[in-house]
Design a protein around this ligand. Structure first.
Ligand code: ADP
Ligand code: MG
Length: 704
């Protein structure tokens, strides 16, 4: 067994057909170091040898196609940079050009006139002819034996590997050598038998054989399903096990009392009835806070779902039990706003609220720090200034982090150290993701979800307009302003240092002040290059309705709450990602008036940008938008995914394979509930795999 186990962890040069030179290339180009790595280099596609298209059937909408044809003629055309190799491929319905810009000499040698080839690629239509650039190509062999009728695996390869004959075909050969050299004992089972039975999974070994050399689509699907489940199941076991162990180890403060502040606030001050979702998440947190364990919880809810009031109620629980609370927010503006609204809503209660940011200086700062240390201040709202070493608490019991996606994991962890025993932690985010997904990617956090908006909100009407329609948009702005509303105009300023963006913003400011002149109209401007007090002054003028238009960069993206503002115009909307657009849109629609969001863009849009505009105009649902965003960007970009400790997935896709993910999650939970350390005889193989074999087989170490 020990010997077998080491077989897959043997260096790749041990495989027949891999000498030192090829081994070197495999390591450099594909990070294949061991036999196990090669086994996990799965095909990314399969060619169905029985399904071909005719050239005459191609349309401008054709996606990837497979064609059989004869090369009639080949040519190198063009000079130096535009030099390219063209082969003309013909079948009985027409002709198509195959074009190469790279590796010309090699391809020229490889392709022979008169021979028949199978060509795979995406056709382009240009000036009346179809062409395929850098197609995959292989010699067509008449399948007299029937052997060729199987699905052919296609592996990723690189130009350099191809020069060592390690194109897809070459890798296929190595893989089949490997599969012939190993046996069932090299791939011991890593899913408990009861689960394998219930889901009708085939043996691991068979699954690997079928994914590399599938008999047919049905067995391929079966193999993929098993291996995806395996991948997700093992990663869920890891995540859940670590989380549970951490939880059991971390003692937490007890927030048992709800008197006097919580009850008084609830009875006398609560300005509205809580939504059912708000009540539910408060209960979820309450059970953490009286469990004796540290709470480490994410509250996710769409913009405007009312996260602030939830956090305030939790803060009151902390204070009722003799602890201080700190709320950290990503921007100065947001800190000011939360400070103001929290002070207002809690006025008359016996508690002291303060604000700390870089703008609080000198003696004011010193006395604030002293009061935090003595415990005279019970709630402090602040920016990342709160993390600084000089900030010392008397007895910090709760940390709330708003808009957590703007903070790094380290910043969050730094606040933990502000008390001897770590405080309870509540992080809030308005970029919600589907619940199962959240549980997966925010590995160390429990998740509560506000899936309901307060009643009476009118859906925001979202429209996409091209820059050429600007005058009409100005007309619409005038109408709204004359009806008493206020308008945001937001410009992209991705990097504060980008001169181009800054110029664009200032040009916009000029053209708007020209179209909306004083004294009839007044315009505010807020951007990252302004001094904080100038920014606050402008912001305040807008809040006080002294100005009707707020021109801003994305500094206003998070949290800002001006309920009379009902129009959000986003300039160069094509440059923003979906969640950012949704966040910006969330700045309006907070009052009773019909709100509008107008996405302005240039006429030329990439297909993806167009799709983003379509999604935005089609839905207001933050969960759906987050899901679409994930589909477009891939889960790799998802904030939090790095902190989850989830290994990169090779086969499964947490969006496409949510059903499998859910099943894997449920099974992992069931097992750990009964046997957290996986010590029973049925589960031992799982922990054995995770702790030893799997580490060698797979490159978990390459997790970035
Ligand atoms: P977000 O979740 O985006 O942080 P906020 O906490 O800023 O949302 O709440 C948005 C608005 O909804 C605020 O003006 C808040 O007072 C209001 N609100 C919150 N909860 C309710 C409720 N249950 N009923 C009515 N209005 C509510
Ligand atoms: Mg908020």
């Amino acid at each position: 067994m020990a010997q077998n186990r080491s077989l897959l962890s043997s260096p790749i040069e041990y495989l027949k057909g891999v000498g030192p030179q090829r081994a070197d290339l495999l390591k450099k180009e594909l990070h294949i170091f061991t036999l196990g790595d090669l086994l996990y280099h799965f095909p990314f596609r399969y060619v169905d040898r029985t399904s071909f298209q005719k050239i005459g059937q191609l349309t401008q909408q054709s996606q990837h196609v497979q064609i059989v044809g004869q090369v009639m003629e080949k040519n190198v055309v063009g000079e130096s940079h535009s030099k390219r190799f063209i082969a003309y491929l013909k079948d009985d319905t027409g002709e198509i050009e195959l074009v190469w810009f790279r590796a010309l000499r090699w391809i020229e040698k490889t392709i022979e006139t008169g021979k028949t080839y199978i060509v795979f690629g995406k056709p382009n239509f240009y000036r009346g002819t179809y062409s395929i650039v850098h197609p995959e190509i292989s010699v067509f062999e008449q399948d007299s034996t029937g052997l060729e009728a199987r699905l052919q695996p296609i592996y990723s390869s690189t130009e350099k590997l191809k020069t060592a004959s390690l194109d897809s075909k070459g890798i296929e050969k190595l893989t089949s050598t490997l599969l012939a050299a190993i046996s069932e004992s090299d791939l011991p089972e890593n899913i408990p038998a009861s689960i394998c039975d219930r889901y009708h999974f085939q043996q691991r070994f068979d699954a690997f054989v079928q994914i590399h050399m599938p008999q047919d689509f049905a067995s391929l699907e079966k193999a993929r399903k098993r291996l995806k489940f395996e991948e997700l199941f093992l990663s869920q076991i890891r995540i859940l096990q670590r989380k549970t162990v951490r939880k059991e180890d971390s003692a937490g403060f007890l927030f048992a009392r709800l008197d006097p502040l919580f009850n008084q606030f609830y009875r006398e001050k609560l300005p509205f009835e809580l939504t059912a979702a708000q009540k539910r998440v408060i209960k979820e947190m309450r059970s953490d806070l009286i469990s004796g364990k540290q709470m480490n919880r994410l509250l996710q809810g769409d913009v405007g779902s009312g996260k602030t009031i939830v956090s305030l109620l939790i803060i009151l629980m902390a204070i009722d039990n003799g602890y201080q609370a700190a709320m950290m927010v990503p921007t100065e503006i947001l800190a000011q706003q939360h400070y103001r609204s929290l002070s207002e809503i809690t006025s008359g209660l016996n508690m002291k609220v303060a604000m700390l940011s870089a703008t609080v200086k000198g003696s004011e700062r010193n006395s604030l720090l002293a009061e935090l240390k003595s415990g005279d201040i019970q709630l402090v709202v602040g920016t990342h200034s709160l993390i600084q070493e000089q900030v010392v608490f008397n007895n910090l019991g709760l940390i709330v982090i708003d808009e957590q996606h703007r903070f790094g994991v380290e910043q969050r962890a730094q606040l933990w150290t502000k008390n001897i025993q770590p405080p309870h932690v509540l992080v809030m985010t308005a970029t919600p993701i589907p619940r199962t997904l959240a549980m997966t990617v925010y590995g160390d956090l429990d998740v509560s979800t506000l899936d309901e908006l307060p009643p009476g909100r009118k859906p925001i009407i979202t429209i996409h307009r091209y820059d050429s329609a600007r005058l009409r948009v100005f007309g619409f702005m005038k109408k709204q302003i004359n009806a008493g509303r206020q308008v945001y105009v937001v410009y992209p300023l991705i990097e504060e240092s980008e001169k181009q963006d800054y110029k664009f913003l200032m040009d916009g400011y000029e053209s708007i002040t020209r179209a909306f002149p004083l004294p009839e109209f007044a315009t505010s401007i807020v951007h990252g290059k302004m001094k904080a007090d100038a920014r606050d002054y402008e912001m305040q003028r807008f809040i006080n309705k002294e100005t009707q238009i707020m021109i801003a960069t994305t500094v206003i993206e998070v949290g800002v709450d001006v309920s009379n503002a009902s129009v959000m115009i986003i300039e160069s909307a094509e440059r923003f990602g979906l969640s950012q657009l949704h966040q910006l849109r969330g700045r309006v629609g907070r009052g009773g008036d019909q709100a509008y969001c107008i996405l302005m863009s240039g006429n030329k849009l990439s297909a993806e940008a167009r799709l983003r505009m379509q999604i935005m105009t089609a839905t207001n649902d933050g969960f759906r938008i987050a899901e679409e965003d994930l589909k477009l960007r891939g889960p790799g970009d998802l904030e939090g995914i790095q902190q989850s400790g989830m290994a990169p997935l090779l086969l499964a896709d947490i969006i496409q394979d949510q059903k499998i993910l859910k099943a894997a999650r449920t099974e992992a939970e069931k097992i750990l509930q009964k046997d957290l350390l996986l010590q029973s005889s049925e589960n031992f193989m799982v922990s054995n795999y995770i702790n030893t074999i799997g580490k060698k087989e797979k490159r978990w170490s390459s997790i970035s």
